[in-house]
Design a protein around this ligand. Structure first.
Ligand code: F6P
Length: 324
């Protein structure tokens, strides 16, 4: 029986298990056996794996995290460990490696293709949704919903106490989460790294909210702009004579990355997984799955390297129109 390898790599996110299930079940449907490596590339180097069959992925679709575990593997930067990984793959009779990961994981997989001719297939995941070449990465929708639900709760206190509240969301260097969360919660101010807003404008917006009789203001700040603590301190200092009350802050952190995936993430993860295996069965090699103009498509893995995906300016403007 022909074998494929599968791993999850980089930070976990909701929807990974749905994708694992989709890959394993589609493989099984087409008469392939799946070897699941544990802790991403670490499992490849250490030859740590388990055989995944149709039944072994039952009941995981709705669970967050990854049943294959995940890790960041610094040894993979070193050729001798990549060689070791490839030798393990060959010994197991694996014909192609499916990597559910982000940009860094795709680059690791690409090296196995370049150096040893292995067929590697990337399936994009990251709550940050910043992988170049795809409009969607598994995990994003759940992260946005998690943050939205948390801010809805924070908003009750913010409104009741008429406070200025700063909420820091994840995204590493990108502002996709903040932008969507800002829209979904009606944040008065949304700060993202791609379209910087000077501090004096932030101040003006806060004062405008107060002068309009709004009493409160929610500021959603992407972690790539500033920490909520830092921003709260700066604004408290700059607005100390303006009688705006106390400025409070909250870092949402890993709450965004955990929990059961939304229906959208379950569906996208399933579609991506099925598509990847079906394209492999059809003879395609060395590609990444991507989402473009409403369709799941195939692209060369290298498309995602070295480029930065930037949010649409229009969406940013919508946020501005609807806020203050
Ligand atoms: O890339 C996903 C992400 O959650 C980022 O939003 C965040 O900056 C980072 O990972 C945190 O990484 P770690 O798991 O190493 O703390």
């Amino acid at each position: 029986m022909k074998r494929i390898g599968l791993l999850t790599s980089g930070g976990d996110c909701p929807g990974l298990n749905a994708c694992i299930r989709a890959v394993v079940r589609t493989a099984s449907y087409y008469g392939l056996e799946t070897v699941g490596f544990i802790r991403g590339f670490k499992g490849l180097v250490d030859n740590d794996f388990k055989i995944l069959d149709y039944k072994s992925v039952a009941g995981i679709l709705q669970r967050g995290g990854t049943v294959l575990l995940t890790a960041r593997e610094p040894r993979f930067k070193d050729y001798q460990y990549r060689k070791k990984a490839y030798e393990n793959i060959k010994k197991l009779g694996i014909d192609a490696l499916f990597v559910i990961g982000g940009n860094g994981s795709f680059q690791g997989a690409y090296l196995l293709q370049k150096e040893f001719g292995l067929n590697v297939i990337g399936i994009p995941k990251t709550i940050d949704n910043d992988i170049f070449g795809t409009e969607y990465s598994i995990g994003f929708d759940t992260a946005v919903n998690n943050a939205m639900e948390a801010i809805d709760k924070i908003k009750d206190t913010t409104m009741s106490h008429e406070r200025v509240f700063i909420v820091e969301v994840m995204g590493r260097d990108s502002g996709f989460i903040a932008l969507e969360v800002g829209l979904a919660t009606g944040a008065e101010i949304t700060l993202i790294p791609e379209y910087p807003l000077p501090l004096h404008i932030v101040e003006e917006k806060i004062l405008k909210a107060k002068s309009m009789g709004k009493g409160f203001a929610i500021i959603v700040v992407a972690e790539g702009v500033a920490s909520a603590k830092e921003l709260a301190e700066i604004l408290t200092q700059r607005l100390k004579d303006k009688d705006i009350g106390e400025i409070r802050y909250q870092v949402l952190g890993y709450i965004q990355r955990g929990g059961s995936p939304t229906a959208y993430d379950r569906i996208m993860a399933s579609k991506f997984g099925v598509f990847a295996v079906e394209k492999y069965v059809a003879g395609e090699k060395n590609f990444m799955v991507a989402f473009e103009n409403g369709s799941v498509v195939l692209k060369p893995l290298e498309v995602s390297f070295g480029k930065i995906r930037v949010p649409n300016i229009k969406e940013y403007e919508i946020n501005n129109i609807l806020s203050l």
